[in-house]
Design a protein around this ligand. Structure first.
Ligand code: SF4
Length: 267
């Protein structure tokens, strides 16, 4: 159980305390890593999964393939907390799955609220993936507002490295990457071997459109980040995310005014 769970107020009734613990967001713990298959074995599995599922199998079939071939404890779902569609889809077939949230320390209040809502309402275990240093420590070590001077280094320290460390404890991760999000994402496969992180990467909603995503979220009354309907179709850290005009590239508001288009997680 998480450090947060240990902090449950002792005057809370046992049932309420249990509910509070259920809704708790855990912190990433490498000690919990299960025994994993070798990279060669996993790579072969990714290749056979890609061949079996092809280019546009339904998300349900993609998740069913994962369920048949992987233990629950070896699987994680990445979630930016813009919406809860991916965690909900996976939890429907694999309840109790770990959902990784990159806790950079720079998110919008609405994003933290969505994370807490997901932890409280879905059958998932939300895990905060933390950087080595807090924002205050990073400011002391590298100067204030690194994101404004060197966004690549800031993302490398606060997103890419912590995620890589955490993914080392899993055999497979699900992402919500969609082909319609950006020109850099049009060739996203359903299943692939992620060489950079050394595990299988599965993108069950790669073929979905933004409208399909919103429809699924509405139909299933899922938690959703209110910023999505306030001009932020792609939500990242607060200092690096701007509103975009209707009809513009959904990711145009990410690192606006710079050449940067990806944080490095999916390249
Ligand atoms: S998105 Fe911005 S604030 Fe967040 S880790 Fe990257 S550079 Fe830093």
């Amino acid at each position: 159980m998480s450090k947060h769970a240990a902090g449950v107020d002792p005057v809370v009734e046992p049932a309420a305390a249990a509910a509070q613990v259920e809704a708790t967001v855990a912190e990433a713990s490498p000690a919990a890593a299960p025994a994993l298959r070798t990279h060669d074995e996993l790579k072969a599995l990714a290749e056979s999964g890609a061949a079996e599922l092809g280019w546009d199998a339904p998300a349900r079939d993609v998740i069913a393939w994962v369920e048949r071939n992987f233990d629950l404890s070896s699987v994680a779902v990445a979630c930016s907390m813009a919406d809860a569609v991916l965690p909900a889809l996976v939890a429907d077939q694999m309840p109790g799955v770990d959902v990784l949230f990159l806790e950079t320390g720079y998110h919008f209040p609405e994003t933290y609220a969505t994370r807490d809502e997901v932890a409280a309402n879905l059958r998932v275990n939300v895990v905060d993936v933390l950087p080595e240093n807090t924002v205050e420590q990073q400011d002391r070590l590298l100067g204030k507002d690194l994101f404004a001077r060197d966004a690549a280094q800031c993302c490398a320290l606060r997103k890419v490295a912590p995620l890589r460390r955490t993914l080392a404890g899993y055999e497979l991760w699900f992402t919500g990457v969609r082909r319609d999000e950006a020109p850099t994402r049009t060739n996203t496969p359903l299943v692939t071997w992620d060489e950079a992180n050394g595990l299988v990467k599965v993108n069950p909603v790669a073929a979905w459109t933004f409208d399909q995503l919103v429809q699924y979220s509405d139909d299933n009354l899922l938690p959703v980040n209110p910023l999505l309907s306030q001009g932020y179709p792609s939500i990242g850290c607060q200092p690096c995310t701007r509103k975009v005009a209707p009809g513009d590239d959904p990711r145009a508001g990410r690192w606006a005014g710079s050449d940067k288009t990806e944080c490095g997680l999916h390249v």
